[in-house]
Ligand binder design. Structure first.
Ligand code: SF4
Length: 232
């Protein structure tokens, strides 16, 4: 039996991510955008993969939706596709992605068990940071993805992802190693694998963070209880 099926069957059933619908109708006949009617990730992909809501839609090679188990209990979220991801249409496939695969393996997780995606679905030119206007346009897609996956654990890879999701300015040294509440899910913040490639000394902290994740995840699978948030 494929591992992904085993994961789906053993999933805790009681958890529901309380992520808000980001659309508010402005008039009686105003309807929610088409993508918000999606019932599955595949439907969502079909409704948004030709998006050109922001200028990145005209400079991308490929739209990078996300990959992994559609019923994952842990979702890893990075910043935006890079050059390799843009070429292949898959998230985290370059050197940083290979390192992420190793980090997952170090806590006995495979890419197929978890879900991996980014805040933005299209590559910013020269890998620059996403602009606030791009994040604003793209974030509803991510929220819809999270609503459909319904993960009890979320890992923000890097400060851009963490600050976008938590809507506050953070310093990595203070943000990592803590549990945040994210609409009922528990969110951990750690370094983006690309930062580890630039500065291998950060690996030790990252390994501590993912071990913390593994421990809490094992406890959740045994008891159904999530860790208490350590930051309000
Ligand atoms: S980055 Fe997001 S909002 Fe911008 S074009 Fe791509 S999918 Fe659309």
């Amino acid at each position: 039996m494929p591992e992904v099926i085993k994961v789906e069957q053993s999933r805790q059933k009681s958890f529901t991510l309380q992520i808000p619908l980001v659309y508010e109708p402005v008039g009686m006949f105003d309807a929610a955008p088409d993508f918000m009617q999606a019932q599955t990730l595949e439907e969502l992909y079909n409704r948004i993969h030709t998006c050109t809501k922001c200028p990145l839609g005209s400079t991308r090679t490929n739209f990078v939706f996300g990959a992994g188990n559609p019923h994952a209990e842990i979702v890893f979220i990075g910043e935006a596709p890079g050059a390799d991801e843009d070429l292949q249409g898959e998230p985290f496939v370059g050197r940083a992605g290979q390192l992420l695969t190793k980090i997952l393996a170090s806590i006995n997780l495979s890419r197929e068990e978890v879900y991996i995606c980014n805040i933005l679905k299209c590559r910013p030119p020269n890998n620059r940071k996403p602009l606030p206007s791009e994040v604003e346009q793209c974030q509803p897609y991510l929220y819809m993805q999270l609503k459909l996956i319904n993960p009890p654990f979320i890992v923000a890879l890097g400060l851009t992802a963490a600050e976008t999701l938590l809507r506050r300015k953070l310093r990595m040294a203070e943000a990592r190693g803590r549990w945040y509440d994210f609409y009922g899910a528990r969110m951990l913040v750690t370094y983006h694998p690309a930062a580890l490639l630039r500065n291998p000394e950060l690996k030790r902290d990252t390994w501590d963070d993912v071990r913390m994740l593994r421990k809490a995840y094992d406890e959740y699978r045994q008891s159904g209880r999530l860790p208490e948030p350590t930051v309000s």
